[in-house]
Design a protein around this ligand. Structure first.
Ligand code: GAF
Length: 369
């Protein structure tokens, strides 16, 4: 089925926005900290044409639903369509006069695998609407508009990482983003001799359901008690941990502050060409996410453990947690062994077989035709 089959006319163009893997710096974005994601080759493609009646028509090759949204308002649109309609709403709220459109969505990103399929959808729609209506929005601002769609229209209190990764990443690089200032730098990610294996643990994640929001609220409460604007501002971790009475808030703070440090350390190693050395930081980040931030899940812990046992230089869960994917940094000649070890460990436990993809640091969102 193509655009013509759906809408009986030709499209005006196609736009593609990638999913992401975050190399390191998890749950640091909404603490005004640092992240280091890169864009995947997999993503969401939107094919679209303007409509002159303001209506948004939405179809997806991954869903049987056909939706017509006449007046996008929070709460009125649910499911996958809310991410697309939310972007039109957020663009209009930001003062950009985007009109209606017929939109066909296609994706080769697994949903719920923690690879940011929602942000990819938002960013592809955002680019399409801006281009169709001849509106130029700087990409960092477009990322904030897409984030607003997710925060205020979908109701998921995410940070700015995923939308920034989808819009700002470049091929062969990771994106060092300062989530407070919005300043970013491209950091070369040369994987020669290494494989960055994405292991879809097949435990689906659902971030709208409360665990993510609870983590965010705990971080904000810790910052408030410590008298700093955000956990990024904690300079003396030991003193901060002594000052917090609540052991849960102490654990959350410890994770955020140390993961911010790990981002800086990883950037130093990448810039020095010591990519394999980043592995140890990945595993340290995973243990922190498991034990201090408490967002890991059994399939991720087993994947990390088995990958490292089979020769990965390091591995960790990626994204918000509670399900999704793990990445493992593996010498190329050990990649087969790692896949086999994780597959056997899952089979032994009676779990659904994991899926593997080699991550290739790819281009950010762009017009395709
Ligand atoms: C999810 C969110 F959408 C991001 O903003 C980020 O907080 C991430 O979880 C955790 O690092 O992907």
């Amino acid at each position: 089925m193509d655009f013509r089959d759906c809408y009986g006319r030709d499209p005006e163009g196609s736009w593609r926005a990638p999913g992401r893997v975050n190399l390191i710096g998890e749950h640091t974005d909404y603490n005004d900290g640092f992240v280091l994601p890169f864009a995947l080759a997999q993503g969401v493609t939107v094919t679209a044409a303007r409509r002159d009646d303001g209506v948004l028509e939405l179809r997806s090759l991954q869903s049987p639903d056909a939706l017509r949204v006449t007046d996008p308002e929070p709460g009125r649109v649910t499911g996958w369509a809310a991410y697309a309609a939310g972007v039109a709403w957020a663009l209009r709220k930001a003062g950009y006069d985007v009109g209606g459109a017929s939109i066909l969505i296609d994706s080769d990103l697994p949903q719920g695998a923690g690879l940011s399929s929602s942000a990819a959808l938002e960013c592809a729609v955002a680019l399409a609407l801006c281009d169709l209506y001849g509106i130029e929005v700087p990409r960092p601002e477009l990322a904030r508009i897409a984030q607003r769609a997710e925060n205020d229209f979908v109701g998921m209190p995410c940070g700015i990482m995923d939308q920034s990764a989808s819009l700002l990443c470049t091929e062969g690089h990771a994106l060092l983003l300062d989530c407070r200032s919005g300043l970013s730098a491209q950091v070369p990610l040369d994987l020669t001799g290494l494989s960055l294996l994405v292991i879809d643990t097949r435990a689906q994640h659902e971030l709208v359901d409360g665990g993510y929001a609870a983590r965010r609220a705990a971080c904000e409460e810790a910052a408030r008690l410590l008298g700093v604007p955000a956990l990024r501002d904690v300079e003396d971790l030991a003193a901060a941990l002594r000052a917090l009475d609540d052991p849960v808030l102490r654990r959350r703070t410890q994770h955020v502050v140390t993961d911010d440090h790990r981002v800086q350390a990883a950037v130093g190693l990448l810039r020095a060409g010591a990519v394999a050395e980043v592995g140890a930081l990945l595993t340290a980040s995973h243990l922190s996410l498991r034990d201090q931030f408490e967002v890991s899940w059994p399939e991720a812990d087993v994947a990390v453990e088995e990958a490292v046992r089979a020769g990965a230089r390091g591995a960790r869960m990626v994204g918000g947690g509670f399900g999704g994917s793990v990445i493992a940094l593996v010498p190329a000649d050990r990649a087969e062994g790692v896949r086999a070890a994780v597959t056997v460990a899952y089979a032994d436990r009676g779990w659904e077989a994991p899926r593997f993809t080699d991550a290739v640091p790819s281009a950010g969102a762009h017009r395709v035709s």
